[in-house]
Design a protein around this ligand. Structure first.
Ligand SMILES: [Zn+2]
Length: 202
């Protein structure tokens, strides 16, 4: 039992237990493992924790996670700057990157339309998206919101609002993503099919 451990270990285990997938027993085991680390490694870990929030920023262009003003993808001149793939959260970008089917840029909405939670379309990060489309000659928008009720509603709003403003291709990722699933957990093969078989949003 954890109360048999010194308070410092109990406190550490309690912090670790706040992480996803870490139960009490695992937290205790991790805390004990850290006790065996030498001082150098412990300092390195504590430095990384301490500076995490200040080092990881949000890309000022697309909203992806970044170090500095712009993320690696926006800074990369080899990417196709005419295609923007719209996602709900920055966590979904690595999933799409892993499938290696998309070489354009991204835009993070920072949520989805959800009347129950009081989130409306204009609460999302959409004004900057429209600015990007208008200023940079974007020709295609791929809407990669999740295929559940709120994700579909968000896609419909976004499609309509974009169409009112611009004459560009608006596509929705397609087959392969099971209805009702969260894109963050899609595997690369599934995501590759979804990107390849994208179709015009109606
Ligand atoms: Zn970016």
């Amino acid at each position: 039992m954890m109360e048999d451990y010194p308070k410092a270990l109990q406190d550490l285990a309690q912090s670790l237990q706040a992480l996803p997938g870490i139960g009490q027993r695992t937290a205790e085991r991790l805390a004990m493992a850290l006790l065996d680390w030498d001082e150098t490694h412990l300092h390195e870990l504590s430095d990384r924790l301490r500076t995490l929030k200040s080092r990881v920023t949000q890309c000022t262009v697309c909203g992806n996670l970044a170090e500095g003003a712009e993320c690696r993808i926006c800074r990369n001149p080899a990417r196709d700057h005419k295609i923007i793939c719209v996602v709900e959260s920055a966590r979904q970008i690595p999933v799409i990157e892993k499938c290696r089917r998309f070489a354009g840029l991204y835009h993070v909405l920072g949520g989805r339309v959800s009347p129950l939670d009081g989130v409306e379309f204009h609460d999302l990060n959409v004004e900057t998206l429209f600015e990007r489309i208008g200023e940079h000659g974007v020709t295609e928008l791929i809407i990669a919101t999740s295929p559940d009720v709120e994700g579909e509603a968000t896609a419909t709003y976004l499609g309509d609002e974009t169409r009112r403003r611009f004459d560009i291709q608006i596509n929705r990722i397609s087959l392969g993503i099971p209805v009702g699933s969260d894109l963050t957990f899609a595997d690369s093969a599934t995501m590759a099919i979804a990107i390849d078989s994208r179709r015009p949003l109606v």
